[in-house]
Design a protein around this ligand. Structure first.
Ligand code: 03F
Length: 209
């Protein structure tokens, strides 16, 4: 069926806490997706995302009963590493991972909303650029912005991207976009909750790499 619907995020509880184990299980399906995008520039992005998931999982597995929610991890690291926090450990890994997740959210939302370059309706550069400007650009210096430009040129055609989201099956565009919209409900709520947590704990940094 659909890659997205096979790996849906769970609905959040009323207190909007994010269960660490479920979160890690769900995001761990994202890196493999980059292999179907067909350019080696995506391996840089894949390993960055993978690295951050691995760092968070490493902390979680040290004491799963202590780190039931993502907030449990941030609060424990704040106590353990007062001097460096939040630029440390899983707090830093999740800070960056959430930016990648926000990028994906805005990209998928933009496709679902039908944002298009009318002269090039099968290109997704408009959607990718929108996601980059809103989620990542301000954290990137000139060198990483150049990597983005390379990735932008290597972006797949819209039809191929939607096909990849449907695990390579020929699915009608409207059906695929309906799946994207369905996926975005819990996904967006989860990404929003993580952003809110960073704001509430004063854990957000805005340095550039
Ligand atoms: C900082 C930084 N990480 C890293 O230096 C940069 C890596 C390269 C980023 C290049 C930008 C590319 C933008 C994407 C263009 C994609 C075109 C897509 C076409 C489809 C941090 O790294 C470390 O992470 C942290 O651990 C470390 O400790 O300061 C810290 C120290 O540095 C980033 O900027 C994060 C980049 C995340 C990019 C996510 C892009 C996702 C792209 C495509 C998504 C495809 C949709 C998939 C849908 C699947 C749904 C299931």
């Amino acid at each position: 069926m659909s890659l997205l619907l096979d790996n849906q995020f769970k609905e959040l509880p009323p207190d909007k806490s994010v269960d660490t184990k479920l979160f890690l299980e769900t995001v761990s399906h994202i890196p493999a997706f980059f292999d179907c995008l067909g350019s080696s520039v995506f391996s840089v992005i894949k390993s960055d995302i993978n690295g951050n998931i691995t760092k968070i999982r490493g902390v979680y597995l040290k004491d799963p009963a202590k780190y039931v929610t993502l907030q449990d991890i941030l609060v424990a690291e704040r106590e353990a590493h007062a001097a460096e926090w939040p630029k440390v450990g899983a707090t830093l890994a999740l800070m960056w991972l959430k930016r990648g997740l926000r990028f994906i959210q805005i990209l998928l939302q933009s496709l679902a909303d039908g944002d298009r370059d009318e002269n090039n309706p099968n290109l997704i550069q408009v959607n990718v650029t929108k996601a980059y400007q809103q989620a990542l650009k301000k954290y990137h210096g000139w060198f990483v912005q150049r990597i983005f430009q390379v990735a932008l040129h290597a972006a797949p055609y819209r039809s191929n991207f939607l096909k990849a989201l449907s695990k390579g099956e020929e699915v009608k565009e409207e059906d695929c976009l309906a799946n994207v919209r369905q996926f975005l409900v819990n996904y967006t709520a989860t990404v929003d909750a993580i952003y809110e947590m960073y704001t509430n704990l004063n854990a957000e940094l805005d340095y550039t790499v």
